[in-house]
Design a protein around this ligand. Structure first.
Ligand SMILES: [Zn+2]
Length: 275
């Protein structure tokens, strides 16, 4: 009898905690995601109106749920915009969201905020009180903002096409920690060159990233792979911004085999925070 109990005790010690907390990511389309940890949730690049005939759009019923704050989109703490391009951001949509979800805050490059300001009405003034415009340029140090349940870190990484194209667009890589538990990295349309990450080497190493969401072109670039695998401490990576044609799995080129890509609006994954 005694030996039975000691074996039982050993088994219990070896089990993981029953109440291990998980976080989740829901794919909206293009680079749009909802990230949730318990009661804390954020949206990144969720509202846009241009597919450029290449990318998938957020389904209408999902957009309706976001505007109405229904289901898993209820009580979203903050929305983040990586950059002011039509496949990531719509000023009209974002004003509409802030009007209907009056507790939601917005963090966006000042270029996007200026576009909202241009089309705003006096009724939108209270929305602007909830907007933080990030005025970062290439070479600036990353910034950090703390709220009750979010640690927001923003770094300027130039848009793909650097140094010859699209250099005028502010592209922000957000590293966001939800409820002191789960850290997610969203890079916008970051250019996949090591040189952009070398300048802030310590910044990129100082926090474990539980979920990285790089644009899919990082996977087909030697620099991009090195950034994700060696320049940062990333536990789980899912590529975003895949063209619509890749939603047919058979059309995914060999270079992306063995990587994880979001290709179906509505799909989601669980992940575990380490903070
Ligand atoms: Zn872009």
């Amino acid at each position: 009898m005694r030996s039975y109990f000691s074996v039982f005790a050993l088994v219990l010690v070896g089990l993981p905690s029953f109440a291990q907390e998980t976080s989740s990511v829901r794919y909206l389309a293009n680079e749009g995601v909802l990230v949730t940890h318990n009661d804390t949730s954020i949206l990144i690049d969720p509202l846009f109106q241009n597919s450029y005939n290449t990318y998938q759009m957020v389904p209408d019923d999902v957009r309706d749920a976001i505007f109405a704050g229904k289901g898993e989109f209820a009580g979203v703490d903050a929305v983040f915009v990586s950059h002011h391009h039509g496949d990531h951001f719509s000023a009209v949509d974002m004003l509409r969201l802030l009007r209907s979800q009056t507790n939601t805050k917005l963090y966006a490059p000042v270029q996007a905020v200026a576009a909202m300001r241009e089309i705003s009405t006096p009724d939108d003034e209270s929305s602007f009180d909830r907007i933080t415009g990030l005025d970062l340029e290439y070479g600036d140090l990353p910034v950090q903002i703390e709220t009750a349940n979010l640690l927001i870190e923003a770094a300027y990484i130039p848009h793909s096409g650097w140094p010859t194209a699209r250099t005028e667009i502010q592209n922000i890589s957000f590293r966001i920690t939800l409820a002191d538990n789960s850290t997610v990295l969203h890079m916008g349309d970051a250019d996949a060159r090591i040189v952009h990450f070398e300048a802030d080497e310590e910044y990129w190493k100082e926090r474990t990233i539980d979920l990285a969401l790089p644009p899919y072109w990082f996977f087909s670039s030697d620099d991009g792979v090195e950034i994700l695998e060696a320049r940062m401490d990333v536990r789980y990576t899912i590529g975003v911004h895949a063209p619509a044609e890749l939603s047919n799995r058979a059309s995914i080129p060999d270079e992306y085999t063995g990587t994880e890509l979001f290709t179906q609006p509505g799909e989601g994954r669980r992940f575990v925070g380490s903070q």
